[in-house]
Design a protein around this ligand. Sequence first.
Ligand code: 1GP
Length: 249
Amino acid sequence: MKKTILETIQSTKNAIAVLIDPEKSDNGPILENLIRQAEFSGIDFLFVGGSSVTRKEFEATLKCIKKQTKLPIVIFPGSSVQISKEADAILYLSLLSGRNPDFLIGHHIQSAMELFEMSIEVMPTAYILIDGGTQSSVAYMSQTTPIPREKLSIVKQTALAGKFQGKQLIYLDAGSGAKHQVSTEIIADLKIVQLPLIVGGGIRTVEQIRDLHDAGASIVVIGNKLEEDSDFLLDIHLYKKNLQVAALQ
Ligand code: 1GP
């Protein structure tokens, strides 16, 4: 039987997701090229979403992506309008680092019935913002404050609370374009939670990806860097190849 996306994530190691923001997508040659390169480089997932994407933009981009690839398409929603039956799964995010009820439960209620009628997989996810040294769009749009990066115990308590609530995944985000990525100390510290960790925000080099994987991140998410330079996927290709070789030794 085919694995669900959640099962795939639970059994994955050293995975990489490309984040596509429909607000910035041309839904044409640039997106097509990015998807081709992502497939070639051995990317594991395509995440789709953004802080201020409209329903129309979202649907249009999803349709373009779906037409071109068999890679798993996972929604990383910025709001209740970012849902679509074209996707395979949705990270059903509760923004646990914040205290804004809209992002803890409000958007969920607004979209629950529609989501129920779509046959996409819903993956309960604890979404935790960590200060990345810049004011991020997600912090601004959600009107929440990220957890200071040195407050390891608050991150750990928040992740554990998410686990006790039944979340299946933890997403640690330093925010798009962050100056500082989520630290490897935080990732190592969250081993006790024993849930797959997805980590994003400000990741721009293969060394950063490797450090995060080595510390225990299941999936590293790359957004901004690829919007500026999709050839970075060639470096990722090499990194993935080396991982395969190492696994055979
Ligand atoms: C998704 O915020 C990240 O979690 C994406 O960040 O755009 O900086 O890669 P970048």
